[in-house]
Design a protein around this ligand. Structure first.
Ligand code: PMP
Length: 420
């Protein structure tokens, strides 16, 4: 054991070999508009390492069968790979048991699942759901739908000028009526890293159940759900370098067991008759129908890949990029950074007075630089900062300082084109 720990410690102190990491991602090695691609749209979706592509190919070429009821070889292999992916997700999150891992289509479906099952069974008129002002629409609208159905009320902890929710504000919005608190770990629009363990403790003290939207934290931070203390944690496969159409809801076993099913269909039942249907045990109770088998297997491969890189090392490297990028971009005349939280990741939301974000992104694309322009599915936080949209560059552990320089040069070109 001591040996294992010391190997892990040695690995953690190794320098980050970004060129070796980049070589694992074939998509990064392409020219776009005649320039080497600079992919800075990782908050929208991340590129996929060879390990993920190989796992998908292997499933479709060799192991393609349906899961759980097959007695033939292919079905057995598929089942084994699917359930191994569940164990990978368990390990990735530090969850107690594999049955606490529910495969969903992504973060959005995971949050909808909790709202439609836990929420519908436990919320009543007059109850409150606490969100923050920087949530993604996926962590707003399911709760609004729940509020409409139950008569509960959505409350919002406001965001300060730096792009943070202060603890006093969070506590002010909590009350004995708060039944659910749901908040993002990292804001996709601002890059703010929220103190979710502290918020969770406060919400629990008020008697609320806590859901953490981990869509933007799972790709960038080591996650231990035990340390966060939350009750539910959701993330998307495609943002953690895995396939689209697959994601994870982690929930405490006791809560999942007590929740009604989400959708009805195959696999989620124990027995069906027209008189009485009984439900399967967790997590299968929440996985109706043939799931995205290949997606789960690909996600499992992505999580194994991340574990082998070491999320703590990746996070340390990204922190360096975040510091460098913030300095480099802040020095550009006419460029305003939205969101200056003290704890933040390498997400840069930019506004250039007089130039529409879509025009900025279009000019950058001519240089082979992929960024996103728009409201980032977070309109309330755009309103809070009085802008309809921003240009967002969001980095991952395969990005480099040179790419940040290319972004800065691209923004200089925007300046020349639009003469701001
Ligand atoms: N929450 C946050 C913070 C996000 O950034 C996103 C994706 N942009 C989502 C939720 C929704 O994720 P998905 O579309 O993969 O379900």
């Amino acid at each position: 054991m001591a040996e294992v720990v010391s190997i892990a410690a040695a690995a953690a102190s190794l320098p980050w070999d970004v060129d070796a990491v980049r070589a694992d991602f074939p998509a990064l090695a392409q020219l776009v508009n005649g320039h080497p691609l600079v992919y800075l749209d990782n908050a929208a979706t991340a590129q996929k390492p060879r390990a993920v592509l190989a796992a998908l190919e292997n499933y479709y070429q060799r192991d393609c069968g349906n899961i759980h009821r097959s007695v033939h070889q292919l079905g057995e292999r598929a089942t084994e790979a699917y359930e191994r992916a569940r164990r990978n997700a368990q390990a990735f999150l530090g969850a107690a048991e594999p049955r606490e891992i529910v495969f969903t289509r992504g973060t959005t479906e995971a949050i909808n699942l909790v709202a439609a099952t836990y929420g519908a069974a436990n919320l009543h008129a007059g109850d409150e759901i606490l969100l923050t002002g920087m949530e993604h629409h996926s962590n707003i609208v399911p709760w609004q739908l729940l509020a409409e159905r139950t008569g509960a009320r959505v409350k919002v902890a406001g965001v300060n000028d730096r792009g943070e929710v202060e603890m006093a504000e969070f506590e002010r919005q909590l009350s004995p009526r708060t039944k659910i608190a749901a908040f993002g770990h990292i804001s996709n629009a601002l890059g703010t890293v929220n103190p979710v363990a502290e918020w969770t403790a406060r919400a629990h003290a008020a008697g609320a159940v806590v859901l953490v939207d981990g869509a933007q934290s799972a790709p960038h931070l080591p996650i231990q759900v035990g340390a966060l203390g939350c009750d539910f944690f959701a993330f998307s496969g495609h943002k953690v370098f895995g396939p689209t159409g697959i994601g994870v809801l982690w929930g405490r076993a006791a809560l999942l067991e007590a929740m009604p099913p989400y959708q009805g269909g195959g696999d989620m039942i124990a027995s069906v008759s027209f008189e009485r249907t009984t439900y399967n045990r967790i997590p299968y109770k929440f996985e109706a129908g043939t799931p995205h088998i290949a997606g789960a297997i690909g996600l499992g491969a992505a999580l194994e890949y991340l574990q082998s890189l070491g999320m703590a090392r990746a996070a340390a490297y990204e922190q360096e990029l975040a510091r460098y990028g913030a300095e480099r971009l802040a020095a550009l005349p006419g460029v305003r950074l939205i969101g200056q939280a003290r704890e933040r990741t390498a997400v840069f939301s930019l506004v250039i007075e007089g130039v529409h974000p879509h025009d900025v992104a279009t000019v950058l694309d001519t240089e082979g630089i992929a960024v996103r322009a728009g409201h980032h599915c977070a309109q309330p936080i755009m309103d809070r900062f009085g802008v309809p949209a921003t240009t967002r560059a969001s980095l991952a552990f395969y990005n480099t300082r040179t790419e940040i320089d290319r972004l800065a040069e691209g923004l200089e070109k925007v300046r020349r084109v639009f003469q701001f």
